[in-house]
Write a protein that binds this ligand. Structure first.
Ligand code: SAM
Length: 341
């Protein structure tokens, strides 16, 4: 299927911002319907939940960037440290001219370190950021302003749809990156399916670079998700504000609080919003009226922490050969380079 056909099938609008920057996104009406339906379904389950992908409206993406500047939020600093020392280690794998594909590119801050490395081995670079958040527009503009020989083709959509979009784009090899430990948000089955999807669309000379957070002292984990400035709490609560704004709901944010705990058995941070009283909420566009008992939890995110044997095992199971694994100086975080077997 060529890209034009795919674009039409997915109902994308194409937005050509400037000569070297185009991005594609589904129309607003269809994304609002999907949002309303998913919220209707997940808030009617016996254990209520909201998918973490809904955190990222424009405000949510801005708050996530604030989280990244918190001293307690080590994943950003650890991953940046690894990327800052990657040039000599990564360049031997970049003998061809690569495209850079990034899943969940956000504000593309760490991406710059990779772009700098790629420009050491090639003159031009085509970058495909894929992110559900509208922040992609501004991050892409910022990159184009700073890199002359960069062409950006963005997809403002889910990881899965973005991957479908770039599959068979052309014959050039892709360096596919998935940074920020976003893989940890999937449960085991979803994660395996996702890795297999990536593996299936990879060409034999493509590379996959994935950031994975490691198991560590629980106090460090607890502080990272319960920061002293309460920025993570603001990020978590913002999803309710988003539902109010976009779906016509009447959540009172003061009646909910952020709750994040480490479940050792499952090896993950679990994030919730706790209802502080018995209350009833109406969400107009979801045609839903939902009640919460006092202390009832809405599950909003998991963030899995991995051991090296776990990483080896899921890479192998999804048909990846691990080429390299790099760590930060504190051994908090890992960056894995892999290829398709
Ligand atoms: C944890 S942030 C990481 C951002 C950046 N890569 C970094 O490392 O700082 C996750 C990013 O993925 C995007 N995202 C989350 N769920 C998504 C989904 N299901 N499909 C596409 N993008 C998603 C968010 O908008 C956000 O920009």
């Amino acid at each position: 299927m060529n890209n034009k056909v795919k674009q039409e099938l997915l109902g994308y609008q194409s937005i050509s911002v400037q000569e070297n920057l185009t991005y594609f996104k589904p129309n607003k009406a269809s994304t609002t319907v999907t949002f309303a339906e998913e919220i209707r379904k997940s808030l009617q389950e016996p254990k209520k939940s909201i998918s973490p992908k809904f955190f990222y409206d424009e405000n949510g993406s801005k708050i996530f960037d604030e989280i990244c500047s918190l001293p307690e939020y080590y994943p950003f600093n650890s991953e940046t440290e690894i990327l800052q020392t990657l040039e000599k280690k990564l360049l031997p794998y970049l003998s061809n001219e690569f495209h850079l594909v990034e899943l969940g590119s956000g504000s593309s801050v760490k991406t710059r370190l990779l772009i700098d490395i790629l420009f050491k081995s090639q003159k031009h670079l085509q970058y495909f950021p894929i992110d559900i958040s509208e922040i992609l527009d501004q991050s892409a503009k910022n990159l184009c302003a700073d890199y002359q020989n960069l062409t950006v083709t963005g997809v403002v959509d889910t990881f899965e749809n973005g991957l479908d979009f770039i599959e068979h784009y052309d014959d050039k090899p892709n360096l596919i990156t998935f940074l920020g430990s976003s893989f940890g948000n999937f449960n085991q089955n979803e994660g395996m399916k996702f890795l297999q999807k990536i593996n299936n669309l990879m060409k034999s000379n493509d590379l996959f670079l994935i950031g994975l957070d490691l198991k560590k002292d629980q106090n460090i984990l607890h502080s990272a998700y319960n920061d002293s400035q309460k920025t993570t709490a603001k990020f978590n609560l913002n999803v309710l504000k988003r539902i109010n704004d976009e779906l016509g709901a009447d959540f009172n944010l003061e009646n909910f609080e952020h709750h994040a705990i480490y479940d050792e058995e499952k090896g993950r941070i679990e994030m919730y919003l706790r209802s502080l009283s018995e209350q009833s909420i109406t969400i107009q566009k979801s045609a839903l009226s939902v009640t919460f008992s006092k202390d009832e939890l809405i599950h909003t995110e998991n963030s899995h922490k991995f051991s090296i044997p776990q990483i080896d095992s899921f890479l192998k199971e999804s048909n990846f050969e691990k080429l390299e694994i790099w760590f930060d100086s504190k051994n908090y975080y890992s960056l894995v380079l892999a290829k398709k077997i």
